[in-house]
Design a protein around this ligand. Structure first.
Ligand SMILES: Nc1ncnc2c1ncn2[C@@H]1O[C@H](COP(=O)(O)OP(=O)(O)OP(=O)(O)O)[C@@H](O)[C@H]1O
Ligand SMILES: [Mg+2]
Length: 219
């Protein structure tokens, strides 16, 4: 259970959506808000091994390492690269929430969220708690997905900042229009379907702008 809520903390939850190979992991790692300092506390759900971190495939070893790292007071980057399924993700979500103390930021990096979302309706209980409550306990989520239409509305509702790339042809017109509305595309969904790899609409509370990233190796 998270402790010491601080209602004044900002919502920094950020979502990255685009079809495969369009640069979501690059956008995430090039975001100035991406946790990369050695003092940062970071838990990663990283089945594709996109991020630099200490990796675990054994749950017992992973959760023991998290407890030890939390007790040390130092920064850490601990990644789960084991089984990628909704049940394991629920366990990860519960552990992440239990580590939050409302004082020091706990960064959560979640790659390919759709793979562990049972439906596009309400999220499973533990992940719902992360979505709905982690902000005030100093949790910051960065999540990516290839399939924006398969992730839960709970996480979409609670995400403040979006990087929106090309959605791909399989999304319905209504779904593409909704993304285009969030991205504030001048010509609607056609603008999204024309995006090249590494191009995104970066949508924040201050509006949305089109950005083109340069690929960076070893970040
Ligand atoms: N060596 C390279 N030089 C230049 N651009 C590259 C290089 N390697 C990859 N890229 C670009 O980066 C893109 C892949 O970026 P990234 O891995 O962030 O995509 P992604 O959206 O996270 O993909 P996935 O959904 O499969 O995880 C490629 O499509 C390509 O445009
Ligand atoms: Mg990726």
């Amino acid at each position: 259970m998270a402790t010491r809520e601080n209602h004044s903390l900002p919502n920094r939850h950020t979502g990255y959506m685009a079809k495969s190979g369009h640069g979501k992991s690059q956008a995430l790692k090039q975001n100035p808000d991406y946790p990369r300092h050695r003092d940062d506390r970071v838990l990663l759900w990283d089945p594709g091994r996109d991020h630099k971190a200490k990796r675990f495939t054994n749950a017992l070893e992973y959760y023991q390492a998290i407890k030890k790292a939390m007790g040390s007071g130092k920064g850490f980057r601990l990644a789960w690269t084991g089984e990628q399924c909704p049940k394991e993700f629920e366990r990860w979500s519960a552990m992440a929430f239990a580590c939050m103390d409302g004082q020091r930021t706990l960064n959560l990096v979640i790659e390919e969220l759709a793979a562990v979302q049972p439906s596009s309706g309400s999220a499973a209980p533990n992940f719902s708690i992360l979505c709905n409550q982690s902000r005030k306990y100093a949790g910051v989520m960065h999540w990516t997905t290839q399939r924006s239409t398969e992730i839960s509305k709970t996480v979409l509702d609670q995400t403040e900042i979006f990087y929106i790339g090309k959605p791909g042809k399989m999304v319905t017109k209504g779904q593409a229009d909704r993304l285009a509305r969030v991205a504030e595309c001048p010509n609607g969904a056609d603008d999204l379907q024309r995006l090249k790899p590494l191009q995104f609409y970066h949508a924040t509370n201050d509006g949305s702008k089109l950005i083109t990233l340069k690929y960076k190796k070893n970040i």
